[in-house]
Design a protein around this ligand. Structure first.
Ligand code: NCD
Length: 325
């Protein structure tokens, strides 16, 4: 975020939390546990308000840009629903081939354009570090909605909120991350976020898709116990949260490598017969076969609830960043 050129006037009664107001959201590492508690508390209020009245005018007059250079269903539309439920509106750019990007415009110039029309920019882009680049070019808040294989902080926040809703707490849990831990940005952000809690983390993946060493080192430095294996059975019985991910086909340089690992794990009702009675199966979605649809009716299948919680968490983030929570 660069310096603001125009000072905003505060309407009477508007409250701002300096930890969030006007800030970029680039990585979960920018938050501490207190910040997370605030986000979850506001998300919980949003949940209640949506249940009671559907929408309200907290962000009336605010306009969000949704700038998506990569496909998205949930992240993009939950941000649209979130700003609209708060009375604001959105400029949606999700097919950059029809924008000036196809004429060769830089990310920086596109971001500068959109910030001159709107109050904050949600960005998804295929390059790691792109959200930080955009934030450096923009005076207004940039929210990272996935920077290639880098991070996906708003997903990790909604994942953590889901864990709390499902299990009542984060502390004392064993979280098992399964699938593509190399390219999966959601597990990168979630592992970083979990370092703020008293958890144990298992990584289950094919050899070529292991969690990056730098991340393992960062989690280790926070004193978190970690265990890596290719065999889910080794850790399933002790797992409280099974966080399943899609193998990220689009990130493979060699398509034959993808073919080797694409069907590595499939969660079925039979798999879950070896799991705890009280646990949650999560997935950021989309799934492409790694959780059988037969699992959907199991009370432990939390991925559809997780998706809904995402909207409340994004409502909370928009309210906090745009200064009216
Ligand atoms: C994830 C993403 O885009 O990183 N999806 C999402 O935002 N819910 C996961 C994925 O694409 O596999």
């Amino acid at each position: 975020m660069t310096t603001r050129r125009i000072t905003e006037h505060l309407p009477f009664g508007e409250k701002r939390d300096p930890r969030f107001f006007g800030q970029d959201i680039l990585s979960v590492s920018q938050f501490d546990r207190d910040d997370l508690e605030t986000i979850f508390a506001v998300a919980h209020e949003m949940y209640g308000i949506v249940e009671r009245i559907g929408s309200f005018d907290l962000l009336k007059g605010k306009i969000l840009t949704n700038l998506f250079y990569e496909p998205s269903t949930r992240t993009s539309s939950s941000f649209v629903a979130a700003i609209e439920r708060l009375g604001g509106s959105v400029v949606q750019i999700n097919n950059v081939t029809y924008s000036s990007v196809s004429k060769g415009e830089t990310l920086e110039d596109t971001v500068r354009t959109m910030e001159s029309y709107t109050d904050a920019i949600v960005l998804r882009h295929p390059e790691k570090g792109s959200a930080a680049r955009a934030a450096a070019a923009a005076a207004k808040p940039v929210i990272n909605a996935g920077d290639g294989p880098g991070e996906h902080p708003t997903q990790a926040l909604l994942d953590a909120y889901t864990i709390r809703e499902e299990m009542g707490t984060m502390d004392g849990l064993t979280v098992t991350m399964l699938g593509d831990l190399k390219y999966g940005r959601t597990v990168h952000s979630l592992a970083k976020l979990l370092t703020m809690y008293d958890v144990k983390i298992n990584y289950v993946s094919p050899d070529i898709l292991e969690m990056p060493e730098s991340l393992v080192a960062e989690v280790d430095a926070a004193g978190i116990e970690q265990h890596a294996t290719a065999d889910l059975d080794e850790v399933l019985a002790a797992t409280d949260i099974l966080y399943v991910t899609r193998i990220q086909k689009e990130r493979f340089e060699d398509p034959s490598e993808y073919d080797l690992v694409k069907d590595s794990y499939v969660i079925t009702p039979e798999t879950l017969s070896g799991a705890k009675e009280r646990m949650a199966v999560m997935h950021p979605l989309p799934r492409v076969g790694e959780i059988s649809t037969d699992v959907d009716s199991d009370p432990r299948a939390a991925y559809f609830r997780q998706m809904e919680y995402g909207m409340y968490v994004r409502m909370a983030l928009l309210a906090l960043v745009l200064g009216r929570a």
